[in-house]
Design a protein around this ligand. Sequence first.
Ligand code: F6P
Length: 367
Amino acid sequence: VKRIGILTSGGDSQGMNAAVRAVVRMAIFRGCEPFLIHEGYNGLIKGKDMISKASWEDVSGFLTTGGTVIGTARCTEFREYEGRQIAALNLIKTGISALVVIGGDGSLTGADNLRAEWPNHIADLLKKDLITKQMATDFSCLMIVGMVGSIDNDLATTDLTIGAVSALTRICEAVDALQCTASSHHRAFVVEVMGRSCGWLALSAAICTGADYVFIPEDPPNSSTWEKKLCTELKNRRDAGKKTSLVIVAEGAVDSELNPIKSEHIKDILTTRLNYDTRVTILGHVQRGGSPSFYDRYLGTVQGAEAIEAILKADASTPSLVIGILENKITAQPLKEAIKLTKQVANEIKNKNFSRALELRSTSFLN
Ligand code: F6P
């Protein structure tokens, strides 16, 4: 019977629990044994009680719950070879030969590193007498399947990541609430949203709330003219009869010289140059909280089922895979390629190739 480990890693996101539930139940349905690994890679390194066999009932109630019930962590030990070797030993000792990792690009890269080094870990563990020759033969290969749990929607090869839609819903609700009070006071609001170096949440929120202006990392405004352009645009709208102004800022927004664009700075500009009564709202972790939207329950569930199918179809030559959704079809793509393309966007921004960054972000990356 195949034993499959499941863990969530990095920042949590709504729908991770739905994904865990689907992986567990599909594994059982397909005759495998699922194991929950608690607290992300920390649990994998600690072993023992942190890795437990999961039953069908163990994941009941998961579908509608936010956060990640099995816990998550940003694990520094797993970034080192030695840490990954302890993780390898714990997997072998538990009899796990396939791992489903639900997390962002950093967590998925970690999993791919573990797989790439697997033959070295086996050789080292044998040399140290920590595993037998039989174990080395039985566990000669580790299969990795990633699922992208992140509110940032920043991974290439998938149109949406698990959690992004819930976070966007939360942002829209919050901005709608702000609009009421903004309107009572004729105020301007600068709303900062998460997303690291990805502007998807900010741009989508701006479209969905009818914002007057948006700043995203992939399309930085000219460093010497943006402040004036912002003021002109907002003033024109007020002159046309609007009572309020709404600016959405991605937390990773920069100008064309890569200087960060900070919410407080925008507030100062609106206050001093336009004399607008302005408030800043940094939405923060509320964006990652609360129960998952219908879409993240759905995405976590169908992708979790696909993760098990991908494991069962894989052989030693199958690369690590990442489950995605492209044009409404659930996909399994090579994980390395997805990570490489994702990093490319950040590099294009660093190298000031903004049009390329934007182009890469706005296509499925596969064409
Ligand atoms: O990657 C998800 C995310 O929520 C980012 O949008 C944000 O920058 C970061 O995690 C916050 O991390 P932490 O929860 O460690 O403060």
